[in-house]
Design a protein around this ligand. Structure first.
Ligand SMILES: C[S@@+](CC[C@H](N)C(=O)[O-])C[C@H]1O[C@@H](n2cnc3c(N)ncnc32)[C@H](O)[C@@H]1O
Length: 356
């Protein structure tokens, strides 16, 4: 997924840097601003047991799948509903279920009625985040996944796998420049194509993992691990507003929405890390309460906190250091009034003197 602040292209840099610092007895990796789950998933593949967290529910869904699901998904409860499952290898069953859902006929549900041209044409605000066909298809698949869950014919793991596949597939056909803060005036080519439900990757391994959906400053008081990786927002752009439609598809809770973009209320998802007056206090509280051996922080040179602020706050816990890498700007930011093409990505760290 094309996500603000995604670390997908920095994974090798993170791994090489982290390996230079941590000892061999580090097994539990905490990724508590997890976003797409890309960092947790990468370190899960390296054999770590992962604790993952994010304030946004769509992110919780992605992480429930990429991190917590670590056994083959058998879809045993669907064998009568989807007969094609009977003569197929267990590892291929998830693809067959996605195929089945991909063929569903669309329905006029919440997404169609509020975010598509046909559904909003007689309303005060006309929106075209998706083509009519894709909006209806998204509604049909989302409703069917929920019905299967209510009837208890899919497991929790299967539920989060299907939701992840839907959130990611729908995101690819959104009629936006990249985030959901605005839609395009014309339906672009990639948004005109009818989407297929692409099965999300399943990472099978032996470790147990745990995923949360909480404010990090609250969660940090209850979590214990070896490596804490922090990747907070760097600036004032709240994730709740930039990804509000993915939040609604994940929750499917028919929220009250308002304005040109059909924004849902996000009062309880405002991040202190996007607020200049609040960020340093929140960060200090987080670092002071972390019960781990090592803390790493990804941040760039244009963030709300300066490298000096960060050193001062992290340095209190032990030996401080940092790595840097030049990095291409996020796609949605190009064309804005920035001077530099590249930013300097920092990986700050501290080896905690007093792991609690
Ligand atoms: C820079 S992104 C993380 C990107 C992620 N590393 C990836 O590669 O996809 C920051 C994330 O922090 C989350 N976030 C912001 N404030 C938070 C808070 N107070 N507690 C938990 N998560 C928060 C946002 O929802 C967002 O997903």
């Amino acid at each position: 997924m094309n996500y603000i602040g995604s670390k997908l292209s920095l994974l090798k840099f993170l791994e090489e840097s982290i390996n230079k610092v941590v000892d061999k007895n580090s097994h539990v990796f905490c990724d508590l601003f997890a976003g797409t789950g890309a960092v947790g998933a990468y370190f899960k593949k390296k054999g770590y047991s992962i604790i993952s967290n994010d304030l946004q529910y769509y992110s919780y869904v992605l992480n429930k799948h990429y991190i917590e699901n670590h056994r083959v998904l058998k879809f045993e409860g669907l064998v009568d509903t989807v007969p094609e499952l009977k003569n197929i290898k267990l590892s291929e069953r998830k693809d067959v279920v996605c195929d089945y859902l991909s063929k569903m006929v669309g329905v006029e549900g919440f997404i169609y009625k509020n975010y598509c041209p046909g559904g909003t044409k007689n309303k005060k605000e006309q929106r075209q985040y998706f083509s009519d066909e894709n909006g209806k298809k998204c509604d049909a698949i989302r409703q069917r996944i929920e019905r299967w869950k209510e009837k208890k014919i899919i497991t929790d793991g299967e539920y989060y796998f299907l939701l992840t596949s839907l959130v990611e597939s729908v995101d690819k056909c959104a009629n936006t420049a990249s985030v959901y803060g605005a839609f395009l005036k014309q339906i672009k080519k990639s948004a005109q194509k009818l989407f297929l439900l692409k099965p999300a990757e399943l990472i099978v391994n032996d470790q147990d993992h745990k995923v949360y959906n909480e404010d990090i400053n609250k969660l940090i008081k209850t979590v214990k691990g070896d490596v804490l990786y922090l990747d907070p927002p760097y600036n004032q752009r709240q994730y709740a507003t930039n990804y509000h439609i993915l939040e609604t598809i994940a929750k499917y809770d028919s929220p009250n929405i308002h304005g040109k973009t059909g924004l849902r209320d996000y009062a309880d998802q405002k991040s202190a890390y996007c607020s200049r007056p609040q960020v340093k206090k929140a960060f200090k509280d987080l670092i002071d309460n972390a019960n781990v051996k090592y803390i790493f922080l990804s941040y760039n040179n244009e963030g709300l906190m300066t490298p000096g602020d960060i050193k001062e706050i992290m340095g209190v816990r032990g030996k401080y250091g940092f790595f840097t890498k030049k990095y291409n700007r996020f796609k949605a930011d190009s064309g804005r009034d920035y001077k530099a093409e590249n930013t300097l990505e920092f990986l700050h760290y501290v080896v905690c003197r007093d792991a609690k």
